[in-house]
Structures are given as C-alpha cells and as structure tokens.
Design a binder for this molecule. Structure first.
Ligand SMILES: [Zn+2]
Length: 166
C-alpha cells in the first residue's frame, strides 16, 4: 500500500511530536495509534532524557494497547511514527498483534545520516521492522517529510556531540 493523504496527515503529527521531544531535551521521535475508524487513540513521543533509554513512543503504544484495545482492535489499528521502529519496539508491536506501521524515515536512512554526522553507532542494530516482525504490513518512508526529520535529527546529534545549537 502506498501513502494516502490521511497517512501524511498522521505522519505530520508524528513529526510535530518529534519536534516537541527535541525541544524538551529528548530525542526527536513521535508516534501515534489510529483505530480502524480513523480516530487517534494514543500518541506519545520519546522520553529518554531522564535515563530510561527504553522510553520510545512505539513501545509505549504497544504497552498501552495491551490494556486498552481488544485483539481485533489491535490488529486493525495503524501505528504512525516519525522514525521506523527499532528492534525492541518492532518486537513489542509484533507480540501485541498490532496492525500496519507507517513511518516517515527508515532506520537505514537515520543510520546513514548519523554516520555522516560522526555520531556514535547505536547500541542496537538497525534492523528493518520485517526482519523482527515479518507479518506486519509496513509502509514508508515519506519523502515529503525527509528534510524536516533530517533537520530535527541533525540538531539532536549536534547537541549530543556538544556542538551547541539543539
Ligand atoms: Zn524503539
């Protein structure tokens, strides 16, 4: 499936959440869950700045879905995210039986950008979602949002490397 106008609208909200995270000292990632009727049921953004490096929004979504959605609702939900799920979040998504994932930027793109900027490699390998959860339908990236996400990640890396701005 390719990206629809509705998909782009939801992804734009993820980018806003990512920006909010960056501006609050966290990493620029934002995600939301939309049910089969098109209603946004839950949204969150990265919250790792206080030391819990597992506080990714996609993991929060998977945990939230356990107590708020039926198995049928989970299977028919779509999770939108500014950056492709990491293996931890892809596994949680797969275990919870959640539906389609749509991302703005792939893990491969982000790894390439970070390497270009001299950022240290991630402690977790950047596998594609389907290498972890093979049955999940996945769409992305969204070239329309690439420049904006690249800029947010660049600011984050510059700040992490102590090069000001951020
Ligand atoms: Zn993650």
């Amino acid at each position: 499936m390719s990206l629809t106008d509705d998909d782009l609208t939801h992804l734009r909200r993820c980018v806003e959440l990512a920006r909010e995270g960056l501006e609050d000292g966290d990493e620029p990632f934002g995600s939301l869950l939309v049910d089969a009727g098109g209603t946004v049921r839950f949204e969150d953004r990265n919250r790792v700045k206080d030391g819990d490096e597992t506080r990714h929004p996609e993991l929060e979504i998977a945990c939230w879905s356990a107590s708020h959605l039926s198995p049928e609702e989970r299977a028919s939900a779509t999770v939108y995210t500014s950056g492709e799920h990491c293996p931890m979040c892809a596994a949680a998504h797969g275990w919870m039986g959640l539906g389609r994932i749509v991302y703005a930027v792939s893990s491969a793109q982000l790894s390439e950008w970070r390497a270009d900027w001299g950022a240290p490699p991630s402690p977790v390998v950047a596998l594609p979602i389907n290498a972890v959860a093979p049955d999940v339908p996945v769409d992305g990236p969204a070239p329309e949002l690439e420049d904006e996400m690249r800029e947010l990640h660049h600011r984050h890396v510059q700040r992490a490397l102590g090069r000001g701005d951020g």
